[in-house]
Ligand binder design. Structure first.
Ligand SMILES: Cc1cc2nc3c(=O)[nH]c(=O)nc-3n(C[C@H](O)[C@H](O)[C@H](O)COP(=O)(O)OP(=O)(O)OC[C@H]3O[C@@H](n4cnc5c(N)ncnc54)[C@H](O)[C@@H]3O)c2cc1C
Ligand code: FES
Length: 372
């Protein structure tokens, strides 16, 4: 097994280095040292975490797989977590979340992302069409709680659909690197075989590991060696008859997520199910909503419809920055100068003026003024 230890050992040395950097940066004012360095070499950064795209692979018609070489600040990740990358398109930086698909022990320290090009998607379409070796992107440290416990469960069921393959593939590759001996089933949903990135590798893993079973389920193509149609109890029993004793990790489109959650709840197994969402599941709109939203920096006003402030700003013709649209990346943070807002994730309300709020998970309760 290769080791990820260097990232942990690097930290104390980094603290001492940070003091020296602060001194040098003070001397380099008015701009941060990184602003000078990036003019010479965009990868020579003292503070900003960035990455260079070193390889680009288009495994299927609508996906692109990028290999990233991060700068020295990168701390590594746990299989299942996500990173944010920032891509400049027409002079504007856009940030999006992506889950590394590689093993957390990858020997060369690089990160592999597989991105599905959404039909209307700004960043995913851009990367699918234009990503090439040499492209520099900004990068954040990994975050997210979708990860396996340090003491691995003996039986592991990994369920994915579409682009949701990435975090659970990282888990599979990590378990394989660890020499995990308990049963693992990888159950993946797609319209058809041609849509599945990593199909050959998955079959190769299954053929060479006595404890790993890979099952493909196609919703638009009969599958002689696997399953057809949508997730249900028959698929679960076929793929992992031992599912009741397993830890199950799930990531996929909303329909698959709902189907698995519903069945696991009926079976009383919801506490053994761990999930990751790629798309927001926040309810939009409220017929009883009242008040006016004032977007003060743009001099635009809109009648409050109870939806998220991000949706309402966009509907009013504004283009505030966003990343995840589900409250995890903070890209959409803006200052509420007055009024009451409700956090749609927690239900908490906030009436204090001049508060930073996340537009994507906040709704107006009556009149609200936002500084965008
Ligand atoms: C934690 C996390 C991990 C993620 N990991 C991956 C990954 O490994 N691979 C990957 O391909 N994507 C992943 N995503 C989704 C990714 O962050 C972007 O949402 C996606 O690439 C679309 O961005 P875009 O700029 O192309 O679309 P945008 O321009 O932002 O959106 C265009 C349209 O597409 C819709 N849309 C946006 N995102 C989705 C979505 N995820 N599903 C369905 N419709 C959507 C929007 O509602 C909008 O109508 C992840 C998201 C999260 C929150
Ligand atoms: S867009 Fe990520 S927190 Fe709002």
């Amino acid at each position: 097994m290769t080791s990820i230890l260097p990232k942990r050992l690097a930290r104390p040395r980094r603290l001492a280095g940070n003091k020296l950097l602060s001194l040098v940066e003070t001397m380099a004012t008015p701009h941060q040292l990184d602003r000078y360095l990036e003019l010479v070499n965009p990868m020579a950064s003292v503070r900003d975490l960035r990455a260079e795209v070193t390889d680009v692979l288009r495994q299927t018609d609508d996906t692109v797989t990028l290999t990233l070489r991060p700068t020295w600040q990168w701390d590594g990740f746990e299989a299942g977590q996500f990173v944010q990358i920032g891509v400049v398109i027409n002079g504007v930086r856009h940030t999006r979340c992506y889950s590394p698909a590689c093993s957390q022990y990858r020997a060369d320290g690089r990160i592999e992302l597989t991105i599905k090009a959404h039909p209307e998607g700004l960043v995913s379409q851009y990367l699918h069409a234009h990503a090439a070796p040499g492209l520099i992107v900004s990068l954040t440290q990994a975050s997210g709680v979708f990860a396996m416990p340090a003491e691995r469960p003996e039986k592991v069921l990994l369920i994915s659909g579409g682009s949701g393959i990435t975090p659970v593939l990282a888990m599979l590759r990590t378990l394989v690197d660890e020499g995990h001996q308990g049963p693992i089933t990888f159950l993946h949903y797609a319209d058809k075989a041609a849509d599945v990135p990593y199909r050959d590798e998955l079959q190769h893993i299954a053929a060479n590991r006595h404890n790993v079973e890979v099952v493909f389920a196609y919703t638009a193509q009969p599958e002689s060696s696997g399953l057809s149609g949508f997730f249900g109890i028959e698929h679960l029993e076929h793929a992992a008859p031992w599912h009741a004793d397993a830890a199950t990790y799930l990531c996929g489109p909303p329909g698959l997520m709902k189907g698995v959650r519903t069945l696991f709840t009926e079976l009383g197994l919801e506490n053994r199910l761990y999930t990751e969402e790629f798309a927001p599941a926040i309810a939009v709109g409220d017929d009883d909503a009242t008040g006016t939203i004032s977007f003060t920096a743009s001099s635009v006003e809109a009648e409050n419809n109870g939806g998220t402030l991000l949706d309402q700003a966009e509907a009013a013709g504004l283009t505030p920055e966003y990343g995840c649209r589900m409250g995890i990346c903070f890209s959409c943070t803006a200052v509420k100068t007055s009024g009451c807002t409700k956090n749609l994730k927690t239900g908490e309300t906030d009436s204090d003026p001049d508060q930073p709020i996340q537009l994507c998970i906040s709704a107006a309760v009556g009149d609200v003024a936002i500084e965008i």
